[in-house]
Design a protein around this ligand. Structure first.
Ligand SMILES: NC(=O)c1ccc[n+]([C@@H]2O[C@H](COP(=O)([O-])OP(=O)(O)OC[C@H]3O[C@@H](n4cnc5c(N)ncnc54)[C@H](O)[C@@H]3O)[C@@H](O)[C@H]2O)c1
Length: 255
């Protein structure tokens, strides 16, 4: 088992939501945590609360994952202040804000930029760093159930999350260097129920209104398994209401 105690984890998009819940669990286990987010107030509050939870080092760094320079700064600051990075969780991402055919301003390009480009850039940057320093590490990428099968209400979001799953699977061979890359693909998570859906476009709102949600605990459990279970590399753990946390087995033949 990969022990997280005294390790250093970076989590993007962890000022609130799933990322924050994962940060809380890691801190409980004695892991030092760096929160990268665009919401400075919530990010600072999150870090203050994490420090109160247990005596670990916790740091907030402003990071818009849509800006590669800010991803570089997040990782470099962590190395400077905490001595290295053992775990990178590429969690920040955004949903589609509009129905595909109503998107006349190319907003879909932001979905791809924030969901997949940022994940690829951060992964490449940390892999190069770990190669230089001969370090071992774990990367967890946040995908979605929408990336495992068709999701007609949000085709661009689905495409971005499918790309994350395939990108993750294609990095399996890094396990030979002691680096494991895995992904988590949750169905709708329970904290969405507390949000105001008034401005959610009808196709997506219909999906939300009829959904059964997965619990935050199950999703956090999937992230921790990706990190701790050393048999997992290149894998995506799905989290569905009906089946819970499961290793997603792609149905294509071995090469
Ligand atoms: N909530 C779900 O049901 C669900 C299901 C599957 C996958 N996901 C994925 O989980 C991730 C986030 O979901 P959540 O429910 O935790 O969201 P959330 O809205 O609760 O939190 C998102 C966090 O990301 C931050 N953020 C937004 N844009 C950012 C940017 N450009 N750079 C850095 N941080 C940014 C926000 O400030 C916020 O703190 C996304 O990748 C999403 O696709 C969510």
């Amino acid at each position: 088992m990969f022990a997280v105690k005294d390790k250093v984890a970076i989590i993007t998009g962890a000022a609130t939501g799933i990322g924050y819940a994962v940060a809380q669990k890691l801190v409980t286990k004695g892991c030092h945590v760096v929160v990268g987010d665009i919401d400075d107030d919530k990010g600072q509050s999150a870090v203050a609360a994490l420090k109160k939870q247990r005596q670990v080092k916790a740091l907030y760094v402003h990071c818009d994952v849509g800006d590669f320079d800010q991803i570089r700064t997040l990782i470099n600051t962590t190395v400077e202040q905490l001595g290295g990075v053992d775990i990178l969780i590429n969690h920040a991402g955004i949903p589609q804000r509009q129905w595909f055919l109503d998107d006349t301003d190319l907003n879909w390009t932001s979905v791809l930029c924030l969901n997949i480009h940022s994940t690829i850039f951060a992964t490449q940057y940390i892999l190069k760093l770990w190669d230089t320093t001969k370090s071992l590490g774990v990367i967890v990428n946040t995908a979605s159930a929408a990336g495992l099968g068709p999701f007609p209400a949000s085709p661009v979001y689905a495409a971005s999350k499918a790309a994350i799953i395939h990108f993750t699977a294609s990095l399996k061979d890094f396990e030979r260097q002691g680096i494991r890359v895995n992904a988590v693909a949750p169905f709708f998570v329970e904290h969405l129920k507390d949000l105001d859906w008034t401005n959610v476009y009808p196709q997506l709102r219909t999906e939300l209104e009829s959904a059964t949600f997965v619990s935050m605990d199950q999703v956090v459990q999937a992230f921790i398994k990706c990190i701790e279970d050393e048999s997992l590399a290149g894998q995506t753990l799905s989290v569905f209401p009906s089946t819970g946390v499961q290793v997603h087995a792609p149905d294509y033949p071995e090469r």
